[in-house]
Design a protein around this ligand. Structure first.
Ligand SMILES: Cc1cc2nc3c(=O)[nH]c(=O)nc-3n(C[C@H](O)[C@H](O)[C@H](O)COP(=O)(O)O)c2cc1C
Length: 328
């Protein structure tokens, strides 16, 4: 299917059905016309990214569409969030388009085929696909797990030999109490346990942390203390927001869940800039991945100006198709 035909078909379907159809399409790379993005290589953690543009987590939750996404020209693809055991996520409907606001609200709640199924999908990728794109694996916890560290350690052990980097996601707003793991003491414990697990594994990929945009300066500073103490290799800033700006027009604005897209651009860039400046004041640099609300080349430049070395996007592709990134 051509990308423009896909764009037209997509808007006729309810959002979750459109999401499933996109995954089905991209899991057949022969149906995906190759797209070439501007060459803009950058090396981080000894890994060369052919460009700065990545597919954000949450689109390809189970690693089914990597080959198709690679054909679209992404420099990196972050699959997940993957939980150790399969789980269904929240009741439907759980994704809402807010077209007037260029936004989405979702409360998927980590619907996941589980680590074994995702690992099988990723293992089946051809060496050519694996060489053409950097693969990030974003890991989470099952809803009913009491000790979160057990699930994150499980994810590290399962994916360390297949991922180019691994992201610890503690910033989804749709898993009860998950964001509490961003507080200093639980975070220190979680990250040190993950660090210890990775130290016993070979290969031991870079470990990234994905954070929420809804942190005040003090909470961010405390979080950075723990990130530095546990030698986290990079931050992904940010996940969706619980905030509901007054400017939202679509009636779905009242839905529970995480808001993404244009209204998130300002807040997520602000916290990215705060993190970058905080680290600079400490005399430290850490690779930062900017995500939230990117929809144009200017937005990409704004994230880079705020301290990002890579960027990711999701909502702009869901609303406008993958062709939009050709001008980034
Ligand atoms: C429908 C949907 C599902 C998402 N699921 C996840 C997820 O499973 N894990 C995760 O780390 N982020 C998830 N995200 C957040 C995105 O990765 C990204 O951080 C956020 O949407 C901001 O970027 P955007 O404005 O370009 O969409 C999801 C976003 C959307 C719209």
């Amino acid at each position: 299917m051509s990308p423009s035909l896909w764009t037209a078909a997509r808007s006729l379907l309810p959002p979750e059905a459109a999401h499933r159809a996109a995954i089905a399409w991209l899991s057949h790379p022969a149906l995906v016309p190759p797209q070439t993005l501007k060459d803009d290589p950058i090396t981080l953690w000894g890994i060369t990214f052919k460009n700065r543009i990545g597919m954000a987590a949450g689109f390809d939750k189970n690693g089914e569409a990597v080959a198709g996404l690679a054909r679209l020209g992404f420099g990196h693809i972050e699959v997940g969030t993957i939980t150790p055991l399969p789980q269904p996520g929240n009741a439907r409907p759980r994704v809402f388009r807010l077209p007037e606001d260029q936004a989405i609200i979702n409360r998927y709640g980590f619907n996941s085929a589980g680590a074994e199924a995702a690992y099988r999908n990723l293992s089946a990728l051809s060496p050519d696909v694996r060489r053409s794109v950097v693969l990030g694996v974003n890991i989470g916890k099952n809803k009913d797990t009491q000790d979160a560290a057990v699930d994150y350690r499980h994810g590290l052990k399962r994916f360390h030999d297949i991922a180019d980097y691994i992201t610890i996601n503690i910033s989804s707003p749709n898993t009860p109490n998950l964001r509490d793991l961003q507080r200093a003491e639980p975070l220190r414990r979680l990250l040190s346990e993950c660090r210890e697990t990775l130290a016993g594994l070979s290969p031991s990929p870079p470990l990234l942390l994905k954070i929420a945009p809804d942190l005040d300066a003090l909470a961010l500073n405390d979080l950075l203390d723990q990130v530095i103490a546990t030698r986290i290799d990079g931050l992904i800033i940010s996940n969706t927001t619980l905030a509901r700006p007054q400017t939202l027009k679509n009636p779905h604005a009242k839905e529970t869940g995480g808001l993404s897209g244009k209204p998130l651009m300002g807040p997520s860039t602000d916290i990215l800039k705060q993190a970058s400046e905080n680290l600079k004041e400490r005399g430290l640099t850490l690779p930062l991945i900017g995500v939230g609300g990117i929809g144009s080349a200017e937005d990409v430049q704004a994230k880079i100006g705020a301290g990002a070395c890579l960027i990711q996007a999701y909502t702009a592709f869901a609303l406008g198709g993958f062709g939009i990134m050709r001008s980034w």
